[in-house]
Design a protein around this ligand. Structure first.
Ligand code: BDR
Ligand code: CA
Length: 321
């Protein structure tokens, strides 16, 4: 049986890889894609998402425009990673299609309420749209089976020494989602960089006759030498990033998770956006003195990177390499 999913994206190079995998995976039924400001402006995210879905041949999937900025903070993009257009400045064509005529939060609500089976929500971007959904239509949340979030870290950050970009961009939204009393998986930086493709494979994908596979190859090739990849990647490789979170939905057995208390730091120039993951095995003095416990979520701590890489190449890239 296929699993119904909704994707919330800020497309974004690795969001593009994730979209390609999700719409091509036979076990996933993508019911809608919602867009939010993050890697680039929300209007550019909409354009990029439609372009990627065109290349994938998934023109039936509804796409909706969502929040233009975080709940409280100002918007900040990641153009130094994803390029001025958010998709590596490859000069890709604009889609002739338009987003649907309803807000992202409405599209999610509609799709949740019409579904006959619970829906997995995959959040690959700042969590603004998802927080708005939970606050606006709590009854729709009852149809969410699980929220799988690419975001956070149990170790070091990327946007700051301690904060991961998606959570750092809208920490209040992440705090709302993590404390929603729904099953949440945090696919964070502890596993994010590990699922990767090397430059030789990316070059082979780039010359594929299939439009989707070729786009993946071109996007990955541009990332191979990206300085942001730094020491978390083997030299000459590019991370599949957000696509790993889609792998985790399609094949949860490739991920080792632990249910842990996670608090999102909302304060302090140095700590705002940090996900404070409590890995202690026993309570400490502050807990004994009445500190309120943080919500527990499933934190990804290890990934079978070879297994997910293979799935991505077989499914999203149709086994070209
Ligand atoms: C996350 O931030 C974005 O740049 C990527 O698309 C990914 O979702 C990684 O921190
Ligand atoms: Ca993203």
């Amino acid at each position: 049986m296929t699993r119904p999913v909704l994707l919330d994206v800020d497309t974004g190079i690795d969001d593009a890889l994730a979209l390609m995998l999700a719409v091509r995976h036979p076990d996933l039924d993508v019911r809608g894609v919602t867009c939010v400001a993050g890697n680039t402006s929300v209007d550019q995210v909409v354009r990029n998402t439609l372009t990627v879905l065109d290349a994938a041949g998934a023109v039936h999937v509804p796409v909706a425009r969502g929040a233009e900025r975080p709940l409280l903070a100002a918007s900040r993009d990641a153009s130094h990673v994803h390029g001025q257009d958010g998709l590596g400045d490859l000069g890709l064509p604009y889609s002739t299609r338009q987003p649907v005529d309803v807000h992202a939060v409405e599209l999610m609500r509609q799709q949740l309420l019409v579904s006959s089976t619970p829906v997995t929500v995959i959040g690959l971007a700042p969590l603004t749209n998802l927080a708005l959904l939970l606050r606006t239509y709590p009854e729709a949340a009852a149809m969410i089976e699980r929220i799988v979030v690419m975001g956070g870290s149990a170790s070091v950050g990327n946007a700051t020494p301690v904060a991961e970009f998606n959570v750092w961009h809208d920490p209040e939204a992440a705090a709302i989602v993590f404390s929603a009393d729904l099953p949440v998986t945090m696919y964070g930086l502890d596993v994010f960089y590990q699922v990767a493709v090397d430059g030789d494979d990316a070059a082979k994908l780039a010359v594929s006759a299939d439009a989707g596979t070729s786009l993946i190859g071109r996007l990955l090739s541009g990332q191979v030498d990206n300085s942001r990849s730094e020491d978390r990647l083997l030299p000459g490789t590019a991370t599949l990033g957000d696509a790993g979170a889609v792998c985790a939905v399609a094949d949860p057995a490739g991920l080792v998770t632990e249910s842990l208390p996670v608090r999102v730091s909302l304060e302090g120039e140095e700590t705002r956006g940090q996900t404070i993951v409590d890995r202690r095995s026993r309570a400490g003095e502050s807990d004994l003195l009445g500190r309120v416990a943080a919500p527990r979520i499933d934190v990804a701590l290890e990934v079978d990177a070879a297994r997910y890489r293979r799935m991505f190449l077989d499914v999203a890239c149709q086994g070209v390499v």
